[in-house]
Design a protein around this ligand. Structure first.
Ligand code: ATP
Ligand code: NCN
Length: 218
């Protein structure tokens, strides 16, 4: 049987239940053999993450421990330049071969920003794109993406066929949690229990991550 692999890239600063539930739900829905979380070492199009790539990778690994079929792929930490998704896909294809079915998960916001991505028009040569729909995603797709959607989107995600090339929208249980909110809560000394796995919370506390610096505490 052709292998089916899902990919969820993110800054994961820190990883949280929104990422993990999306990953798990898609893995179930699409009967994936594996769903790889791919921490972005140098995320393009945003400021530097608050904590190191190594710490974000450690937290992602802790989050998926014992949660098959979720795994963590560290290839973006092994590249010494911006973590462009097209290069990650090329590297994965080189390793996994042309037949494997790749499904790239993108939140609605990330999908709308696609026309600004490095070599974005080549992405679908390597993967299908699954757009995670949320009830709060009220904006229309940008003009540049309309032709692409008309040509490549399928109404029924179950009809996605072949190793790459199509777009489908996927509904997931809405969890309006963001890493930004978590960083803010931690800086304010508030709890984020149950919003991240316990092992991730323990790591954050053990390493003193996301605490307000003395000057911002005053
Ligand atoms: N609560 C959520 N539910 C579903 N998908 C999410 C959720 N939060 C983030 N994502 C998606 O996960 C991917 C990685 O997101 P990212 O690491 O930037 O998390 P974030 O919580 O949006 O972080 P930040 O607040 O720092 O921007 C993106 O495709 C994003 O759209
Ligand atoms: O390839 C690009 O140009 C590109 C531009 C913006 C974001 N991405 C990827 O999209 C994923 C989500 O990004 P972010 O910033 O929301 O964490 C992550 O894997 C990034 O590397 C990729």
């Amino acid at each position: 049987m052709t292998r089916r692999i899902g990919l969820l890239g993110g800054t994961f600063d820190p990883i949280h239940i929104g990422h993990l539930r999306a990953a798990l739900e898609v893995a179930e829905q699409f009967a994936l053999d594996e769903l790889r979380l791919i921490p972005s070492a140098r995320p393009p199009h945003r400021g530097a993450p608050q904590v190191s790539a190594e710490a974000r990778l450690d937290m992602a690994r802790l989050a998926v421990q014992g949660v098959a079929p979720l795994t963590v792929d560290d290839r973006e930490l092994r590249r010494d330049r911006p973590s462009w998704t097209i290069e990650t896909l090329e590297s994965l294809r080189g390793e996994l071969g042309a037949e494997v079915r790749l499904f790239l998960l993108l939140g609605w916001d990330a999908f709308c920003g696609l026309p600004g991505w490095h070599r974005w028009e080549e992405l679908l040569e390597h993967c299908h794109i699954l757009v995670l729909q949320r009830p709060d995603a009220d904006s229309d797709a940008p003009e540049t993406l309309r032709n692409l959607l008309a040509a490549r989107s399928v109404a029924d995600p179950r009809s996605l066929d072949g190793p790459a090339g199509q777009i489908a929208f996927v509904w997931q249980m809405p969890l309006a949690v963001s890493a930004t909110q978590l960083r803010e809560r931690l800086a304010a000394g508030r709890s984020i229990r149950f919003l991240v796995p316990d092992a991730v919370l323990a790591y954050i506390h053990a390493h003193g991550l996301y605490r307000a610096t003395p000057s911002t505490q005053e």
